[in-house]
Design a protein around this ligand. Structure first.
Ligand SMILES: [Zn+2]
Length: 146
């Protein structure tokens, strides 16, 4: 799994998105977790965002949770959460990391999730060959990095 420290620049997606995406929840198997409890309303809101049915294209790959001891869940999507002139990029597994592994996201991300309207949230999936798709990034672009 790709690993980024929380709030570092996320370069996982198309190059035109790299400058504006802020990584949250890209935990490697050896990552030192920021751990603790999270606000139940935040978690419910994040889970709701992660469960949105919008699927702009099919995905045939993904990543298994590297923190579970055996057979962790398999994740294929990513969440994009714009807030305050930047966009947080998080793997869909972030809800699992929180509930199963006590991962505690940065306060800025928690605030962004609380304030996000459902219409502004985007979800991107990679192509079957692992190519990075920029469809959603293009649609987010006017709001990025400003
Ligand atoms: Zn796990």
């Amino acid at each position: 799994m790709a690993y980024y420290r929380d709030l570092d620049r996320c370069t996982y997606f198309a190059p035109e998105c790299d400058d504006a995406l802020v990584a949250v929840g890209w935990l490697g198997t050896w990552a030192r977790l920021s751990s603790g409890s999270v606000d139940p309303q935040f978690f419910e809101r994040l889970e709701s965002l992660a469960n949105r049915p919008w699927r702009p294209f099919l995905y045939l790959g993904g990543q298994e949770c590297g923190l579970c001891q055996h057979r962790g869940p398999f994740f294929t999507a990513n969440l994009f959460i714009p807030y305050g002139g930047r966009t947080f990029a998080a793997p869909e597994g972030i809800t699992h990391y929180i509930s199963a592994h006590w991962y505690q996201p940065p306060d800025e991300f928690v605030l962004a999730v609380h304030r996000l309207s459902r219409d502004a949230q985007c979800r991107v999936r990679s192509s079957p060959r692992g190519e990075r798709r920029s469809t959603a990034c293009t649609s987010l672009r006017p709001t990025l990095g400003r």
